[in-house]
Design a protein around this ligand. Structure first.
Ligand code: SAM
Length: 283
């Protein structure tokens, strides 16, 4: 591969396991004239590990607007530039959005070199519905604002994805349990791709308990995933519908059990699927 001059490359880097860097990411990083990085010291260590020695410029949340002018100048002079963050995909809860927007404004080509992103990695392994989801980034650090944010998501039917730090994960889960209900299926994806990778499945109530019982589970980096509100949550499934679903779930994967139960009972497939997730979480 040879990179193109005057292009900004958005390069994803590993979220833990260094083996997840892509060959195309390494080629790009070794060929560009300049690498804009969230933390140059951190990234230089990573790049050195891969034998990449490049000119670097710091672009982080405190200097993004000044730094982006330098990056745009470099691109306008016909150089190729890469943007990386500390881990994962730049501009996803990381610096980069303002630079990308400015490049589009100025007619500069922006090209992604895709790779790891904690949110998508967590969703793919969560077992929660993946057909439709909403990424909420970091909930507010302020408890009042955080609870308001969750209340506003009260009717959200899609799977909800959040990033959270170890300092707040317990408090955040407790607020979610208060607002979405202790029975809501949820997943805590911790330290993905690293030595202590753990994916806890359950309900918001059971996850709160798990963290209270084992403080180790609050250490590291997390993605929190919460199942969307089941449609017509207020009305219980009829006893025959529930019985049919339970029997089919003993024999079939949930998706197929819900589809077959929908055909047998006339109930909506998605509602049965969501209800099935709750039944699985009870086990
Ligand atoms: N841009 C990054 C991406 O694409 O994944 C996310 C950057 S954001 C500042 C960092 C947050 O991502 C962490 O606080 C945590 O919520 C999540 N995260 C990053 N690495 C993770 C990992 N290995 N396991 C679980 N969550 C992770």
């Amino acid at each position: 591969m040879s990179i193109k001059n005057g292009v900004l490359y958005i390069v994803a880097t590993p979220i833990g396991n260094l083996g997840d860097i892509s060959p195309r990411a390494l080629e790009t990083l070794s060929q560009v004239t300049l690498i804009a990085a969230e933390d140059t010291r951190h990234s230089r260590t990573l790049l050195r590990h891969f034998g990449v020695d490049a000119r670097m410029l710091a672009l982080h949340e405190h200097n993004e607007y000044q730094a982006l002018e330098k990056v745009v100048d470099c691109l306008r002079q016909g150089n190729a530039v890469a943007l990386i963050s500390d881990a994962g995909t730049p501009a996803i809860s990381d610096p980069g959005f303002a630079l990308v927007r400015e490049c589009h404004r100025q007619g500069i080509t922006v090209s992604p070199i895709p790779g790891p992103s904690a949110a998508i990695a967590a969703l793919s392994a969560s077992g929660l519905a993946t057909d439709s989801f909403v990424f909420e980034g970091f909930p507010s650090r302020n408890q009042g604002a955080r609870r308001t944010q969750f209340q506003e998501l009260g009717n959200e039917t899609r799977t909800m994805l959040f990033y959270e730090s170890s300092h707040r994960v317990q408090a955040c889960l407790q607020d979610m349990a208060d607002i979405f209900g202790v029975e809501r299926p949820a997943v805590l994806a911790r330290e993905l791709t690293k030595l202590h990778e753990t994916i806890l499945h359950g309900t918001l109530g059971s996850l709160c308990e798990a963290l209270q019982q084992d403080p180790m589970q609050s250490k590291g980096e997390f993605v929190l995933l919460v199942s969307g509100k089941p449609e017509r949550q207020d009305e219980a499934l009829g006893p025959e519908v529930e019985r049919t679903l339970r029997i089919l779930m003993q024999e079939l994967p949930l998706k197929q059990a819900a589809a077959l139960a929908a055909r047998l009972t006339g109930e909506k497939k998605n509602r049965l699927y969501q209800h099935g997730l709750g039944l699985q979480a009870e086990k």
